[in-house]
Design a binder for this molecule. Structure first.
Ligand code: 5GP
Ligand code: ZN
Length: 117
């Protein structure tokens, strides 16, 4: 498969190894690493290696790729002994997205609180 890269994108630089990250999971298409500003005792970020800006840019034929994000979250939660966890995909600035390379947050290690949004 071809990995699309956006040279200005922080997460593409992490994929390329140009920026350091604490890696949690890797396969041909997906990378997971620790969030640099963790919002919970466990805060992972799951991304496609290929640059896709937002959830809106996921094509129908990439549904399986996106589906595998949930499987990676499930397996990381088990590996890190998270009895419960939250997954979040912020989309566009109105949705709280800051890094425009689609990613799933995996948060756990404490009781999740508050209302979503
Ligand atoms: P967003 O708000 O776009 O959903 O989340 C972006 C996330 O990326 C934030 O939680 C932020 O802490 C994380 N982040 C931004 N830059 C870096 C970085 O260079 N390294 C790592 N590990 N995380 C980053
Ligand atoms: Zn990117």
């Amino acid at each position: 498969m071809t990995i699309e890269t956006d040279p200005g994108c922080i997460f593409c630089k992490i994929v390329a190894g140009e920026l350091p990250s604490e890696q949690l999971y890797e396969d041909d298409e997906i990378l997971a690493f620790k969030d640099g500003s963790p919002q919970a005792p466990f805060h992972g970020v799951i991304i496609p290696k290929s640059h896709i800006a937002t959830l809106n840019d996921i094509r129908d034929d990439q549904a399986e790729l996106l589906g595998r994000f949930f499987m990676v979250a499930r397996d990381l939660a088990a590996e890190h002994d998270l009895p419960g966890y939250r997954v979040v995909i912020n989309t566009n600035s109105e949705g709280g997205q800051v890094v425009f390379h689609v990613h799933m947050h995996l948060l756990g290690g404490r009781q999740m609180q508050g209302t979503l949004g």
